[in-house]
Structure formats: C-alpha cells, structure tokens
Design a protein around this ligand. Structure first.
Ligand code: ATR
Length: 273
C-alpha cells in the first residue's frame, strides 16, 4: 500500500526534505510520497487533525512547531523528551509517536569519519533549540568539557545547567568575551544562525590548530565564512548538510525500518543547494 509523508512548518517552500526523501523512495522503489505542508504558527492543532484525516504515515516538524508539537504526541521517544523538542513523528493508526533525530544527525558525520568525541574539549556557539540537541549528543559521547558561547548570556547559562544536569561539564560566556585564544578546543561548532545571510564568522580563527574539527550546522550557503576560515587553517571541516542528511537518514529509518540509501539522498541534496 502506498504511504504518504510530509514536512510541516512555516516557511516551508524552500525545504529540501521532499527532495531528499523522494530520492530515497526512487532509489529503493518504494511506493511513497513526501510533501511540504505549510502550517502557520497558531494553527498546529488543526493542521495535525488534517494530517490524521488523510492517514499520514509520518512527518517531519520544523520551525516554528518543534516545541509545541510535543503537546500533540501520544508517545515520546527518549531523544525527544530529553531535548524537549520533536522533529520526526510516526503515525501508527492514529497514535502519534515523536522522535528527535537532530542529536543522532549531528553525531552522524563524526561516526562516518571515525572522529572520537570522548575526552575532547568543545566550543559551542549558540544556545537555541539546535544547540540543545548538540549538547545532548556531546554528553552521550562523553566529551570532557563544553564551553557554551552565546550572544545572550542568559540562554548560555540555561544550556550550561542542562549540560551539567546530564553529566557534561560546562561553562558559559558571551561570544563577545570569548577572545581570540581558542587553541585549547578540539571541536568548534557553530549552532547559531550566523552565516545564513553570508555574515562573517563570529570568532577569530587566529589560534586554531590543524587538528581542530570545525563544524557548521548552517547548510545554506554550503561554504560559510566560518568553514572557509577553518579550511584556511587546514582544520577538518564538517558541513551543515552532513547533519541535515544524518537526521533525514535517521527519520527514514524510523519510518521504514530499513537502512536509508544515504548516497542517493546526498546526491539529491547536493543537487538542490
Ligand atoms: P535553532 O532552532 O536553529 O537553534 P533558535 O533556537 O532560534 O534556532 O536559536 C538561534 C541561535 O542563534 C541563538 O543562539 C541566537 O542567539 P541569542 O540566544 O542571543 O538570540 C543565535 N543568533 C541568531 N542570530 C544571531 C546573531 N546575529 N548574532 C549572534 N547570535 C545569533
């Protein structure tokens, strides 16, 4: 029987998820379709009811509904309750179960490249929803310490408390006060939206070592100034699209119970950006 999937959010017309998942269906000859469905803020309840009526098999959730969607779930996976936000839902005869694949998606490139996180020192820029999933990922992989730097100190402090609570030693600072001596960090991640509009890197790369991992979660443009500066220092680069693919592959596996065709999905994504 044919299956239907969707991504819900607003704005939604630039979402790359329909391309990625459709490519996976074609690759595996699955009789499935995946649509982008715009649900404006404040209309989530009605939107979910419509999706249930058409017996949607599963859907992805994006801005602005990732947190509010928690209210409409019948069941939550551990990933989802830990992070407090949902990005993937499976519909089993009207019972909605939520997952958060951001954490596994974020960790996926480390696994593929065989980069160890255990005992490393991390610098994380940003303290929003994505940063929270990233902190959970670093805690899971037993990083030694994380410094959370954010424009707004209060949000960095909140995320620091979350990190400490789940067993990851951390401190917080404003990006402004970070300074230029960043030599001690093994992994540096940009989880702010800086770069989406081609803004320059918020940190100085003066002291960055070639052994450093530089990871940007912004995937459009693919080559942000942050990553370009990392490349100039010969650091190992992880692109935002690698996380996007990782989380899409994990969602695919939740829905279909089979390994995602990563290369077909990657080809579709890179053709689209
Ligand atoms: P997401 O779900 O993608 O994490 P979010 O929760 O809105 O989105 O978080 C956005 C992050 O980008 C925040 O850390 C935000 O900093 P503030 O907490 O100070 O708002 C950061 N951010 C966005 N625009 C920024 C800018 N121009 N300079 C510095 N940080 C910025």
């Amino acid at each position: 029987m044919s299956k239907t999937f969707a991504v819900i959010g607003d704005p939604i017309n630039h979402s790359l998820s329909p391309n990625i998942h459709s490519a996976a269906f074609r690759d595996l000859n699955l009789d499935c379709s995946y649509i982008a469905y715009r649900i404006p803020r404040g209309e989530l309840k009605e939107g979910i009811e419509s999706l249930k009526k058409i017996k949607i098999d599963g859907f992805n959730v994006t801005i602005p509904h990732k947190i509010e969607m928690m209210k409409y779930l019948d069941k939550t996976d551990e990933s989802c309750s830990l992070i407090g936000a949902v990005n993937t839902v499976i519909n089993n005869e009207g019972i909605l179960k939520g997952y958060n694949t951001d954490m596994d998606g974020f960790l996926d490139p480390f696994k593929k490249k065989k980069i160890r996180i255990q005992d490393t020192k991390i610098l994380l820029l940003g303290a929003g929803g994505a940063a929270r999933a990233i902190v959970a990922g670093f805690a899971k992989e037993k990083a030694q310490h994380i410094t959370i730097a954010n424009r707004t100190l209060e949000k960095a402090n909140n995320l620091k408390q979350f990190a400490n609570k789940i067993g990851l030693n951390s401190d917080s600072i404003t990006i402004e006060n970070l300074g230029s001596n960043l030599e001690e960090f093994d992994i540096i991640v940009n989880a702010t939206s800086i770069g989406l509009k081609n803004e320059p890197s918020p940190i100085s790369f003066e002291s960055i070592r070639p052994e450093t991992i530089v990871y940007d979660i912004v995937y459009l443009p693919m080559n942000t100034d942050f990553l370009k500066k990392g490349k100039q220092k010969e650091a190992t680069i992880i692109y935002g699209y690698e996380m996007l693919l990782g989380q899409a592959a994990r969602a695919f596996e939740i829905w279909h119970g089979t390994e995602a065709p990563y290369n077909a999905m990657k080809k579709a994504l890179l053709g689209g950006i």
